[in-house]
Design a protein around this ligand. Structure first.
Ligand SMILES: Cc1cc2nc3c(=O)[nH]c(=O)nc-3n(C[C@H](O)[C@H](O)[C@H](O)COP(=O)(O)OP(=O)(O)OC[C@H]3O[C@@H](n4cnc5c(N)ncnc54)[C@H](O)[C@@H]3O)c2cc1C
Ligand code: FES
Length: 275
């Protein structure tokens, strides 16, 4: 059993939790994820490790309440226990040795992008972060992100904070005036697709972190298969990071919608609205 040692609501949909999981905390690297199961009847869900403290033996997860499991998890509190917390899974991000990098996060993707920005910044890389949110109320981690970059650009869709517009607007501006060696993009699939299209024009290496449906997380079930450079890859063991210029994002979007009706039915059953 894994104890929730800290819980903080970051906005109305996003929650941060620290989990006592010393074995995971001891090994995990930026880019890796865990799979948790709340209780014996629970579903397994993958979440990226947003931060870790090897001394305290804690692992930080940040998640958006979108369905059954994430909504149940958001209702748990400090002192409660999670039954399974397996990891670290997937491969650490391979940064290379970039002099200048842009890290792009969209919504809850900013939490997943944060450890990447932190690792790059600590390596001495010049890091610019572009963080996109729908509106001011959904912004989180502003101070944390500011501490691990040279420049932080926040965009909101409605202009209620920072710059009005899309992350790709700022991205195009930065790439048109300066030379960057690496772009990392993490967020909704359409955002990663359009970031990759922009960076392709400027010929800048681009890493995206993919979020296909994962079941076992160990390469056995094939649920997480994605097409990269025309070849089938299993994101849980060969990713989750891939070259954004080679990913078939349209296929990934279609595959992620496969179980939408089952997820809705499961949710209405569990909260007592359906039969
Ligand atoms: C490697 C990886 C890292 C992730 N990291 C984060 C993170 O740090 N924070 C965060 O908020 N979310 C993250 N996600 C997405 C998260 O796993 C889903 O939001 C979660 O599984 C939804 O489960 P649910 O029961 O609450 O919702 P459901 O109603 O069951 O599903 C809602 C949507 O979530 C996705 N989803 C459902 N089940 C899975 C599954 N087993 N695997 C992957 N996606 C699923 C589907 O797109 C689905 O339409 C990550 C996904 C992957 C693959
Ligand atoms: S989640 Fe089963 S093979 Fe990747």
């Amino acid at each position: 059993m894994f104890k929730i040692t800290e819980k903080q609501k970051l906005n109305q949909q996003v929650t941060m939790m620290k989990i006592q999981a010393p074995l995971v905390a001891n090994k995990v690297q930026p880019g890796q994820f865990i799979i948790l199961k709340i209780d014996e009847h629970g579903e397994r869900i993958p979440l990226t490790v947003a931060d870790f403290d090897r001394d305290a033996g804690t692992v930080t997860i940040i998640f958006q309440a979108v369905g059954n499991t994430t909504k149940m998890l958001a209702q748990m509190n400090q002192g409660d226990y999670i039954q399974d917390f397996v990891g670290p899974l997937g491969n650490p991000t391979e940064f290379g040795n970039p002099k200048k990098a842009i890290v792009v996060g969209g919504g809850v993707g900013c939490a997943i992008a944060y450890p990447q920005a932190k690792a790059l910044y600590n390596m001495g890389t010049h890091v610019d972060i572009i963080a996109g949110f729908r509106n001011r109320d959904l912004i989180f981690f502003e101070d944390e992100m500011r501490k691990v970059c040279n420049n932080l650009y926040i965009t909101t869709d409605d202009g209620s904070y920072g710059r009005k517009g899309l992350v790709t607007d700022v991205l195009k501006e930065l790439l048109s005036v300066d030379k960057y060696d690496l772009v990392i993009a993490i967020g909704p699939i359409p955002m990663m697709k359009f970031v990759s299209l922009v960076t392709k024009e400027y010929n800048v290496k681009t890493i995206v972190s993919l979020n296909p449906i994962m079941i076992d997380g160990t390469g056995m079930c094939g649920g997480c298969r994605v097409t990269v450079d025309g070849k089938i890859r299993f994101a849980c063991v060969e990713g989750p990071d891939f070259d954004g210029h080679q990913v078939d994002f349209d296929e990934l979007m279609l595959r992620n919608r496969t179980f939408v009706s089952e997820e809705m039915r499961d949710h209405t059953c569990r909260i007592g609205l359906g039969g």
